[in-house]
Design a protein around this ligand. Structure first.
Ligand code: IMP
Length: 444
């Protein structure tokens, strides 16, 4: 008989020495996580997605080639690194299959992709429901969430609803698919004119057979790796202020995007995280509806959008742009237990003058430095700004922290002071060489 306690002790000893890193967006998404994840993936044995679905997206440039990834974790681009889609992800199997084909055609070994048998499946019906609801809400006094229409909300609704939900492991069972899809149609009026059940079941079954070799229990897989002392990187989709519990509800996505989603979305306890890298854009952006206290509706906003190429990777929509909101940042750092910061797109602010950051809100005449995640309350927040010295020229050309203009360093110091976390990395341009890694001050 095995001594359970000895096994458990040995497991803990190896697992405790294993690097368990999380990379998480601190704002409303599009902070530049792709670049950070790609950099760190090379130093880990696996990258794991724990939330969201094809609503997220980033492009990574490797060897001069641009890869657009929506569902497949970035680790796939690094030989020897496992790419794992955890149980918390809402997976569109057609998109996943397409993405894998695209990667294979470009010579990437996709056999390293593993999909949790318990990840929920986004079906064509979920996309119909998402679109149906959004269109009607938009016509109903402009109350739409501004979703990506990728079926994310309806998929997670089904997960909570249970009876008609489909998990990756169900894809190979055609009868089960038919039964679930019939239930979905029976209960949702949005599906009245949707494609017949038989046709949808056949398509899902077919793609399920294509994905079958990738499907397994990822919780045991990840714990097995940790038990062997391997390092694992958790890659957050979307971002903290879009978190269904801690974001600007109801203008959020439907999953737990902060690091709090890791335990539920992968089966790995939060206490095992050894590093949490909070990725923050040097200014704010937001896609879709919902409050954004520091939004700029003027030429400065336009300038930031143009310089930062702020158009959505997934939907191509222009992003709303504004000043950095330090109230929101401090809140995100607190929720995520951030151990180091990666500040992205600093170069975009180079020519921006005057330069402001939001340090507090005034709500109904009262000043506060607390973030208010309730959307209706946040709508009433009037930002209190601090004006900082313009960053100056030479940000994009700097290759060390010391080479940055003095005002740029002061800007970074202010961010770290408020977030109460050290700086691990600064990005001053899209190129890999434009990444300043501060190895002496932090780990990134
Ligand atoms: P959904 O995730 O498609 O339901 O969209 C809900 C909200 O989250 C919308 O405002 C989207 O624009 C936003 N959203 C979802 N994913 C991302 C992302 O990866 N980056 C930025 N915004 C996102």
């Amino acid at each position: 008989m095995t001594d359970g306690r000895a096994v458990s002790r040995a497991y803990r000893a190896s697992a405790d020495s294993a690097a368990c890193t999380a990379v998480v967006g601190m704002q409303w998404g599009d902070e530049g996580k792709g670049k950070v994840v790609d950099l760190l993936a090379a130093e880990h044995d696996a990258t794991v997605r724990y939330n969201g679905g094809a609503n997220a997206g980033h492009s990574v440039v490797v060897g001069g080639e641009r890869f657009a990834l929506h569902l497949v974790p970035s680790g796939i681009l690094h030989p020897g690194c496992r790419a794992i889609i955890g149980n918390g992800v809402a997976v569109d199997p057609f998109k996943l299959s397409e993405e894998l084909d695209g990667l294979s055609a470009r010579g990437v070994d996709t056999s390293r992709l593993v999909l949790s048998s318990r990840a929920h499946v986004v079906t064509p019906y979920h996309k119909v429901i998402d679109e149906y609801r959004e269109d009607r809400l938009a016509g109903d006094g402009g109350r739409a969430i501004g979703t990506t229409k990728r079926g994310i909300g309806p998929c997670y609704s089904d997960k909570a609803q249970r009876s008609s939900a489909i998990r990756a492991g169900d894809l190979v069972n055609r009868d089960r698919l038919v039964g679930k899809l019939e239930l979905a149609r029976r209960f949702d009026t949005a599906l009245a004119d949707a494609e017949p059940v038989e046709a949808v079941a056949s398509k899902l079954h077919e793609v399920g057979q294509r994905l079958e070799a990738h499907i397994e229990d990822t919780t045991y897989l990840i714990h097995g790796m940790l038990g062997e002392g391997k390092s694992v990187l958790f890659e957050g989709g979307n971002a903290t202020l879009l978190d269904v519990d801690h974001g600007t509800y109801p203008y959020v996505t439907s999953s737990v995007c902060s690091v709090l989603g890791i335990p539920a979305g992968t089966g790995v306890p939060g206490a095992m995280l050894t590093r949490v890298v909070g990725v923050v854009k040097a200014y704010s952006t937001r896609v879709g509806a919902g409050p954004m206290p520091t939004e700029l509706h003027d030429q400065t906003g336009e300038l930031i959008r143009k310089r930062g190429r702020e158009f959505g990777t997934t939907t191509g929509r222009p992003r709303r742009c504004g000043w950095l909101d330090l109230v929101a940042l401090r809140y995100s750092a607190m929720i995520n237990g951030v151990t180091e910061l990666a500040v992205m797109l600093l170069d975009v602010l180079e020519t921006v003058e005057p330069l402001k950051v939001c340090v507090a809100y005034e709500i109904d005449g009262e000043r506060t430095d607390r973030f208010v995640p309730d959307a209706a309350e946040l709508e009433r927040a009037v930002p209190v700004y601090e004006t900082l010295e313009p960053l100056g020229d030479g940000v994009a050309e700097a290759r060390t922290l010391e080479a940055l203009p003095k005002a740029a360093r002061a800007y970074l110091d202010r961010i770290c002071e408020v977030a109460q976390a050290p700086l691990g990395l600064v990005s001053v341009g899209p190129d890999r060489s434009q990444t300043l890694r501060l190895t002496e001050r932090a780990h990134v």
